[in-house]
Design a protein around this ligand. Sequence first.
Ligand SMILES: CC(C)(COP(=O)(O)OP(=O)(O)OC[C@H]1O[C@@H](n2cnc3c(N)ncnc32)[C@H](O)[C@@H]1OP(=O)(O)O)[C@@H](O)C(=O)NCCC(=O)NCCS
Length: 320
Amino acid sequence: MQFRTFDELTPSMDAGRLLVHLSSLGGATDRRAVDVWRRRSDLFAEYVGIFAVEHGQVLGQTLVKRLAYRFPDGEERIGAIASVGTRPDRARRGIARRILEEVHRREREAGIRYTALWTNPSWGAHRLYERLGYADTYAFPWAVLPPSHRPAASRIAGVTPARSRDLAPLDRLHDRLAEDRLGFCRHPRGFLPIAAATREVDPKSELLVLRRNGRIAGYAHLVPTRVRTLCGEIVAAYRRDRARLVRAIEARAAGTTVAFQHTPVSDDPALFRARGYAVLDAGWYTLMTAALRGPWDARTARATFRPDDPRFLCCAGDRF
Ligand SMILES: CC(C)(COP(=O)(O)OP(=O)(O)OC[C@H]1O[C@@H](n2cnc3c(N)ncnc32)[C@H](O)[C@@H]1OP(=O)(O)O)[C@@H](O)C(=O)NCCC(=O)NCCS
């Protein structure tokens, strides 16, 4: 078995790579999308990911991004590990462990101090990560409103779907309003325009923009399906604007379940409780972190990444 980088995969291995991704996690990172991100941003690590290959067949994979993280003593890039998967017919042979060890070696060499990944502590993968030195660091809150029988307002004044030309200003608003915060404070360069170009975000159905006097005053990023709408990112300087975006999302959800997650909930749980939402401080999905040099445990992880600090910022878009 060999370990290859993204550029070392041949085109004939692409179907096998996508098979691993889809069959393990349901995702499909399109090669063309990766090319766009690499051309226009520094989101991915130089090697994009590590892939276990045997007889021309991809058996396991891990993608690696680099994200800005603001610690109390300054901002640095962390290795954001995504889409860890092994073919089920090759499970428990050390493939994922060896891929991650190779990722750690490369990240250490690139001068990265910390890596992070999202998982669920009830999954087998959690044991793998613990054995590699990862510690539970942050589990995000939820606020949920069942389908309402009250007629919701059909439209909230000043709130409209995003247009293409709004996307770069929305990235700038996000970063500006996060200036005094800790955590995932900066979108990767060109984030929303690139995500729209690669179809990872649909501005028309997934971004609501709030304007006051013609100027952008806030936005919300939602992920609607036919049965529920999820929102893990609301960005606005004023509480009344955030509340207006919440009402606009409820109106759009039109009688289906609405759920908010992450910083919009931890910043202001009272806003949701007052509207009749059920609130949970922390769900299952958890950010684990590891230090590539030196000792690490959950206490040190929380003291370093500061998820309990009121300035901490992490939105659904910061899940990788
Ligand atoms: C999780 C996953 C990537 C593990 O891949 P793998 O190549 O089988 O893992 P490894 O053989 O390297 O496992 C190393 C260690 O991790 C732990 N581990 C791995 N899978 C486990 C499982 N299902 N249950 C409990 N522990 C497990 C064990 O400690 C294992 O060592 P052992 O086999 O000596 O006991 C694979 O099961 C998978 O693709 N699952 C579906 C997708 C997924 O959950 N990905 C992770 C998302 S966060």
